[in-house]
Design a protein around this ligand. Structure first.
Ligand code: SOE
Length: 380
């Protein structure tokens, strides 16, 4: 690989696909050459808007030997088939979370990438935030002391009304919704910052809207649907309250909801150690709160080190979600350009791997088991 850009394809042109295109471009070491979708007109319009080729024929991607990386940004039920085709075609793969609908399938993808010696990333976007990385470093440097409590929330309101609908509510999207969708971010980020795995969970799930008015036309996340609707029964959870235990002895709790009016993407984490606490809120991502018995202070983002020629904005110039995605993907593309073997990238924690994605799926399965049995469940 010389100095030329890595060539990428993005499959899926809904909410997140275009942000992957943006992130690759702004990361400066890749170029997206094609976007694929299921609907010819919608895909053509999205691709034209992004200034790339559009297609509804996936062979245009998997059979193109000049494509190095495939981004799978489609609904959950197609992740395994598309990621498998990409890896079989010798392409590195980026998959939106949740990685798969079952732990067996998730682990199968991780094993296939290992066998092919290809890089695989699961889009746990929030690891890309500089202050999440700073929090991880503070914990690793012992600034908090021994960890005791890890608690927080991930609260949204985009599904809080009976007329709100999205493919995530379809039975084929999986038995779990709020936990698989935003809980997977909370689990991964809590484990990333603490450096400790969640081992057991006690979960209570709630479906506050057991019947919804499904529009006959397809809709994207956060997009208000219009037109004729039909009443459908919903089995997946709107919200969850979960107790968690970590391998290092820390305890915690998470409140996950997609039906909390006024909360848009309110992902927050607080960690209490023996010496200090820290707290981070995704909707105020540029700062981190640190507290001890004697004082409390706020830390503000410092520009990340220049990597592959690109620099971050200076402090005081707010970076947000799109930059977190840019930095997450830049680390992945950088590992490929630098010729870092996938096993070494995984060992160094350069990016969230398919094994990290499988770990999140295992936690979702443990949550579902706990909710079924009304008892603690251990993550496989
Ligand atoms: C919807 O809950 C959603 O788009 C998630 O699927 C994303 O992973 C999250 O980052 C924002 O909200």
């Amino acid at each position: 690989m010389g100095s030329e850009l890595l060539r990428a394809a993005v499959i899926g042109s809904g909410f997140v696909g275009p942000f992957h295109v943006d992130a690759v471009r702004r990361g400066g070491i890749g170029e997206v050459v094609i976007v694929a979708g299921s609907n010819r007109e919608r895909t053509a319009a999205k691709a034209a808007g992004l200034g790339v080729r559009g297609t509804t024929n996936l062979d245009d991607i998997f059979d193109d030997a000049t494509i190095d990386v495939v981004h799978v940004c489609t609904p959950n039920w197609s992740h395994v088939e598309l990621a498998t085709r990409a890896l079989q075609a010798g392409k590195h793969v980026i998959v939106e979370k949740p990685l798969a609908l079952t732990l067996e399938d998730a682990r199968g993808l991780a094993d296939l990438a290992r066998q092919k010696q290809l890089h695989g990333l699961v889009a746990f976007t929030y690891r890309g935030y500089p202050m999440v990385r700073r929090a991880r470093q503070l914990v690793a440097d012992g600034e908090l002391g021994g960890l005791r409590l890890v608690h927080g929330h991930y609260l949204q309101d985009w599904l809080s009304q009976e007329t709100d609908y999205n493919w995530r509510l379809e039975p084929r999207a999986g038995a779990s919704r709020a936990v698989a969708d935003v809980g997977s971010h909370w689990f991964d980020t809590a484990q990333y910052i603490t450096g400790s795995r969640i081992t057991t969970v006690l979960a209570d799930l709630a479906t506050f809207l057991p019947v919804r008015q499904r529009p006959l036309q397809e809709t994207e996340a956060f997009v208000e649907a219009t037109g004729v609707r039909e009443a459908v029964e919903i089995g997946s959870e709107d919200a969850a309250t979960i107790l968690v235990r970590f391998e290092d002895g820390a305890r915690g709790a998470a409140v996950l909801s997609q039906v909390s009016p006024g909360r848009k993407n309110a992902f927050g984490l607080e960690i209490a150690g023996s010496d200090a606490s820290l707290a981070w809120e995704q909707e105020r991502p540029e700062s981190l709160w640190i507290g001890t018995r004697d004082e409390s202070r706020g830390l503000v983002r410092q520009p990340a080190p220049v990597r592959h020629g690109l620099q971050s904005l200076p402090s005081g110039h707010p970076e947000g979600w799109a930059e977190a995605m840019r930095d997450l993907l830049r680390d992945f593309y950088g590992a490929i350009v630098d010729g870092l073997p996938p096993a070494e990238a995984a060992e160094a924690g350069i990016y969230p791997t398919l094994d990290d994605g499988a770990r999140a799926v295992a936690l979702v399965e443990a949550v579902m088991e706990s909710a079924r049995t009304d008892a603690w469940a251990t993550s496989a």
